[in-house]
Design a protein around this ligand. Structure first.
Ligand code: GLN
Length: 481
C-alpha cells in the first residue's frame, strides 16, 4: 500500500473494490506512524483502539453491502484542542496534561457519523498560541519537508501529520492563521472557514470571536469533502450558521471573475523567494483568463496590533477557568501539605501549569481589559477591527476574491524566533485580518524553494467557500498535468 497516494476518493474506491479493508488500511497507517513519527513527532496521543474499532465498523458495513458514508474508512488526525470523547485533550498544555475529554466536539460527532477513522491527537502550541509549535508544553514537532525547520503553528502537528502521510486529512483550528500558516509551511492545503460556518462546540477556546476549526488536506477536493461534513449550524454553538445556497457560487470560467491583489500585502519585508512564487501563481491565474486588479486594504498595518489586543483579551477571559480546581493540573495534588489559602492554589497552579507564552498573553489581555486601560486598548482595537472589516467590504465591491501570500517567510529554523515574541508575531501578518473580519480563506501550495513550500492565500466573502475551492482547483488542475 502506498500511503502517499491516498486521497479520500481513492480510499473509497479501494474499499469498494476490496483492494484492502478499512482495518488493513488503519493498521498500515498506525505502523507508519509507529516507525516514522519518532523523528517528526506530530502526535501527542495515538488512539489505535478507537481507530481499529471504527475501521471494523466500516468493514462490517462493506460486508453487509450497506451504503458507505462520505468519509468511510478515511484515517485522520485531530488537533489536540478538539475534544474526542474518552481520550486525552491537552491543548498542548501541562495544565490539561491529564484531562480526558468527556464528550465529542460537534465536528468529531459529524466526522464519526461520516465514517472516519481517528488515529490520534496532534501537537500544537499551548492553547493554540504560537506560530511554530515550539510553545507546546511537551515537545516540538518538526517540518517533514526539512527536519531542521518548524512546521508552523499552532496546528503544526496536524500539518506535519498530513505532509508526512500519517493520515489523509487532519483538523486544525485557526484564530489568527494557525491552519493556513502551517499548511503553507508543510506544503499542504488548509482552510479557515467563515466565522460561524463550523461549530466551535468542543473546541478548547482561545479567542472566541476569532477561533474556527477547519480541514487540512493534501488537495483541494479533500478539503472540500471534509468541510462539507463538518460545516453547518449547531444548536450547541449560538454563533454557528447554516450556509446559504451554494450552487450560484460556483466559478465556471476564470474569465467571469475579478481577483484583487491588496497592495499592502506586497510591501517590504517579504522573503524574495516567497514573493517570486506568489507572483508566478498570480501570473498563472492571469494567463488562465482571470482579471487581476490592484486593491487597497488601508488598515492592514494595524491588523497585527489589533489582533494581539483582541486575541489576548479574549484569551485572558477564556483561560480564567483553569484555576487548579475545576480542571487538570493542580498544586493541591502536588504539595504534601494542606493548603488553606485559595489564592495560593490559583496562583501556584496557574503559575506552574501555564507556559511562558500563555502567561504573557493572559497578562497582556488582563491589562488591556482593566479599568483605566480598556478605552485606550481593547475599545480602540475593537474600533480598528470594524475598520478592517469595512476595508474588506469595500474591496469585495470591486472583486470576487483576493489573493495574498500566506506567510511572509519560508519555514524558519527551530529555535530561530522563540526568544523574540514580536518577531514570531510577524509570522501572522498576512493571516490575522481574515480572522478579524470573519472571512473564509484557504492556503494552497504554489511552489517549492529547495525542499520547502510556499503557500498562496485565497480570501473570499463570508460563506463563499465554494468560490475559494473553485479558484484553488483551477490552480491545482493547471499544475497537475
Ligand atoms: N500565531 C497566532 C497566535 O499566536 C495565531 C494562532 C492561531 O491561529 N491559533 O496567536
Amino acid at each position: 500500500m502506498k500511503l502517499e497516494d491516498f486521497t479520500i476518493e481513492k480510499i473509497k474506491e479501494g474499499l469498494l473494490k476490496k483492494e484492502f479493508s478499512a482495518t488493513e488500511l488503519t493498521k498500515a497507517y498506525l505502523e507508519k506512524i509507529e516507525k516514522e513519527d519518532k523523528k517528526i513527532r506530530a502526535f501527542l496521543t495515538l488512539s489505535p483502539e478507537i481507530a481499529l474499532k471504527q475501521a471494523k465498523e466500516i468493514d462490517e458495513r462493506i460486508f453487509l453491502k450497506k451504503e458507505l458514508p462520505s468519509l468511510a474508512g478515511v484515517p485522520c488526525a485531530i488537533k489536540d484542542n478538539i475534544l474526542v470523547e474518552g481520550i486525552k485533550c491537552t491543548a498542548g498544555s501541562k495544565i490539561l496534561e491529564n484531562y480526558i475529554a468527556p464528550y465529542d466536539a460537534t465536528v468529531i460527532r459529524k466526522l464519526k457519523e461520516a465514517g472516519v477513522v481517528i488515529l490520534g491527537k496532534t501537537n500544537l502550541d499551548e492553547f493554540a498560541m504560537g506560530s511554530s509549535n515550539e510553545n507546546s508544553a511537551f515537545f516540538t514537532t518538526k517540518n517533514p519537508l526539512d527536519l531542521e525547520k518548524v512546521p508552523g503553528g499552532s496546528s503544526g502537528g496536524s500539518a506535519a501529520a498530513v505532509a508526512a502521510n500519517f493520515c489523509v486529512f487532519a483538523l486544525g483550528s485557526d484564530t489568527g492563521g494557525s491552519i493556513r500558516q502551517p499548511a503553507s509551511f508543510c506544503g499542504i492545503v488548509g482552510l479557515k472557514p467563515t466565522y460561524g460556518a463550523v461549530s466551535r462546540y468542543g473546541l478548547i477556546a482561545f479567542a472566541s470571536s476569532l477561533d474556527q476549526i477547519g480541514p487540512m488536506t493534501k488537495n483541494v477536493r479533500d478539503c472540500k469533502a471534509v468541510f462539507e461534513v463538518i460545516r453547518g449550524k449547531d444548536e450547541m454553538d449560538s454563533t454557528s450558521l447554516e450556509m446559504k445556497e451554494v450552487n450560484n457560487l460556483r466559478i465556471r470560467s476564470l474569465e467571469e471573475i475579478k481577483i484583487g491583489l491588496p497592495k499592502e500585502y506586497f510591501l517590504e519585508g517579504m522573503d524574495p523567494e516567497v514573493e517570486e512564487k506568489i507572483k508566478k501563481a498570480i501570473k498563472k491565474y492571469e494567463e488562465m483568463g482571470a482579471k487581476i486588479l490592484e486593491i487597497s486594504l488601508p488598515h492592514t498595518p494595524y491588523a497585527l496590533a489589533c489582533y494581539y489586543i483582541i486575541a489576548t483579551s479574549e484569551a485572558s477571559a477564556n483561560l480564567a477557568r483553569y484555576d487548579g480546581i475545576k480542571y487538570g493540573f493542580s498544586i493541591i495534588k502536588n504539595e504534601q501539605r494542606t493548603i488553606d489559602n485559595l489564592l495560593e492554589v490559583y496562583f501556584k497552579s496557574r503559575g506552574q501549569g501555564f507556559g511562558e507564552e500563555v502567561r504573557r498573553r493572559i497578562m497582556l489581555g488582563t491589562f488591556s481589559l482593566s479599568i483605566g486601560y480598556y478605552d485606550a486598548y481593547y475599545l480602540r482595537a475593537a474600533r480598528v477591527r470594524s475598520l478592517i472589516i469595512k476595508d474588506f467590504e469595500e474591496a469585495f465591491k470591486k472583486v470576487d476574491l483576493i489573493l495574498a501570500p500566506t506567510s511572509p517567510t519560508l519555514p524558519f529554523k527551530l529555535g530561530e524566533k522563540i526568544d523574540d515574541p514580536l518577531k514570531m508575531y510577524l509570522s501572522d501578518v498576512f493571516t490575522v485580518s481574515v480572522n478579524l473580519a470573519g472571512l473564509p480563506a484557504i492556503s494552497i501550495p504554489v511552489g517549492k524553494v529547495g525542499n520547502l513550500s510556499v503557500g498562496l492565500q485565497i480570501i473570499g466573502k463570508p460563506f463563499e467557500e465554494e468560490k475559494i475551492f473553485d479558484l484553488a482547483t483551477f490552480y491545482e488542475l493547471s499544475t497537475s498535468n
